[in-house]
Ligand binder design. Structure first.
Ligand code: RAM
Length: 364
């Protein structure tokens, strides 16, 4: 048992170091940035309160998915700006158990605050309670779980559901079959977005001719996601659109339909740097959406600091000025789609197409 724990400690430490030493994407505003560009990271004001000697840890969903590495880079940058020591520790796999192991190690290290991109909506609750009982601040980002003090949500669920469903409506020309290619079946964020899409489709007649044939799970693994996209093409010969609300699934679907020479269109959220060549006129995906993952990492740190400083408790309706100078309001949970924590929203979904994808691919 001791040996197993020592091995796991070694794993998370190595992963932590690897992530910390990763390249930091530039967050400078390009001169030609579109008017409604994803929010840019801004230099925070000097922190004078409680940053001395603090250690903040981040536990993303998985190693090897650059989306999470970019968030971790934003986390590291903001920690540096506040004079906080950052720790980035990836779980061994995408199970809740692997995250629990990492969180227990962080509790033992007596860190001051932990941010979790949760792989399960409920299974981490007991471990989070242990952390909070010891005075550790716990927030979630990217994907929520029960027990978090605040969920730093990349974008409002309804806003994302709206652009995803409208993309499907547009790419199917208003009617026909589409399928969703998700990440893991327990990912809170994926399930929240899927639930919000279902609610939206049921609420408006203009979506009544869309046929949602199935939802499949690529587990945010490149090959599995590609294989799932191929199976969709085989199993549903009349399929018009694959909608993937995960960066890994989105680009895998783009590759699968392009390699097959299929007419199927791909909608969803993607990383600009991965999606070059697949987004724009004449490709499988005229446009896609995302937000600025660097800012998720930044705001996660600022929110942890605000909780530690006592500026907020995490209650709905509280407002705070983050270290980037922007004011944020804590909004209600959305239990109807599986979000149990109060939320702070990073920004709106931003549309990437042939006109701007190259510019943003240089950043993330
Ligand atoms: C994937 C992950 C992540 C999600 C992004 C958009 O990389 O599933 O949780 O938020 O895509």
């Amino acid at each position: 048992m001791k040996k197993r724990i020592a091995l796991m400690m070694a794993f998370v430490m190595v992963m932590g170091f690897t992530a910390c030493s990763g390249k930091t994407p530039s967050a400078e505003q390009p001169e030609s940035a579109p008017a409604e560009a994803p929010a840019e990271a801004e230099a925070p004001a000097e922190d004078t309160e409680s940053s001395g000697g603090l250690t903040f840890a981040i536990v993303p969903k998985q190693a090897g998915n650059e989306y999470h590495e970019v968030i971790a880079n934003g986390f590291n940058d903001a920690c540096k700006e506040l004079g906080v020591t950052p720790i980035v520790q990836y779980p061994e796999d995408t199970s809740a158990e692997a995250q629990i192991t990492v969180i227990n190690n962080l509790i033992a290290q007596k860190v001051d605050a932990i941010a979790i991109g949760a792989n399960d909506a409920e299974a981490l609750e007991g471990t989070i309670k242990t952390a909070k009982d010891q005075g550790i601040v716990v927030v979630t980002f990217d994907s929520d779980t029960k027990g978090s003090q605040v969920f730093v949500n990349q974008t409002a669920n309804d806003a994302l559901a709206q652009v995803l469903v409208d993309s499907v409506l547009d790419m199917t020309d208003g009617e026909g079959q589409f399928a969703v290619l998700s990440a893991t079946s327990t990912a809170t964020n994926q399930n929240a977005w899927i639930a919000a899409m279902e609610k939206l489709i049921a609420s408006d007649d203009k979506y009544s001719k869309l046929e949602w044939v199935t939802t499949v799970y690529g587990d945010d693994e490149d090959q599995k996601s590609y294989d799932e996209a191929e199976s969709l093409m085989t199993n549903y010969p009349d399929l018009k659109v694959i909608c993937s609300p995960t960066c890994v699934g989105y680009v895998a679907a783009c590759k699968a339909v392009t390699n097959a020479g299929s007419d199927i269109k791909v909608a969803g959220v993607g990383m600009p740097s991965w999606s070059l060549g697949y987004v724009g006129e004449g490709t499988c995906s005229e446009y896609m959406y995302l937000w600025n993952p660097i800012e998720i990492g930044n705001l996660t740190v600022y929110t942890m600091q605000a909780l530690l400083d006592g500026d907020i408790t995490g209650a709905e309706g509280e407002t705070y000025t983050a270290a980037n100078g922007k004011e944020y309001t804590i909004v209600a949970p959305d239990e109807s789609v599986g979000i149990y924590s109060t939320q702070v929203i990073v920004g709106d979904p931003f549309r990437f197409d042939g006109s701007n994808i190259e510019e943003w691919a240089a950043k993330f």
